[in-house]
Design a protein around this ligand. Structure first.
Ligand code: ZN
Ligand code: ZN
Length: 141
């Protein structure tokens, strides 16, 4: 049986943190991360990856590890994800909605919690919430 908690965090928490961290790493790059922080994070991520095998937590830990250790095969992926994330920031969070900030000139509504998602208006913010909920994290660290 897999451990339910590792280092005081359960699989769901690790999954959330991992998702947030990998997004952060892609957007800001890893050059700003202290060697000291890396030395703490990498073993922790390895531990989580093993403990939560087969769960989201293991996937996100693995992604963070690959980003942190700057595996060469991650570079093109990082670049494309970065481009995608940056373009998403300018686009209404409802996938089918074509409204984009630069072309429409309209003020996009920012998600008050994560500030990473934007919408063309209240109606689409509401419509996207059930989906967005899963990836909406307050930037707390
Ligand atoms: Zn929209
Ligand atoms: Zn949000």
């Amino acid at each position: 049986m897999a451990a339910s908690e590792v280092g005081g965090m359960n699989a769901d928490e690790v999954g959330e943190v991992g998702q947030f961290l990998s997004t952060l790493l892609v957007l800001q790059g890893v050059t700003d991360i202290d060697a000291e922080d890396k030395a703490i994070l990498v073993p922790k991520l390895r531990q989580w990856e093993r403990a939560f095998l087969g769960r989201l937590a293991a996937n996100t830990s693995n992604r963070c590890l690959a980003l942190l250790t700057e595996e060469p095969h991650m570079r093109p992926m990082m670049q494309s994800v970065k481009t995608m994330l940056e373009s998403c920031i300018q686009k209404c969070g409802v996938t089918s909605c074509p409204r984009v900030l630069q072309t429409s000139g309209i003020e996009l509504l920012q998600c008050a919690r994560c500030k990473a998602a934007v919408y063309c208006g209240k109606a689409h913010q509401k419509q996207a919430w059930p989906l967005h909920k899963a990836t909406c994290f307050a930037p707390s660290f």
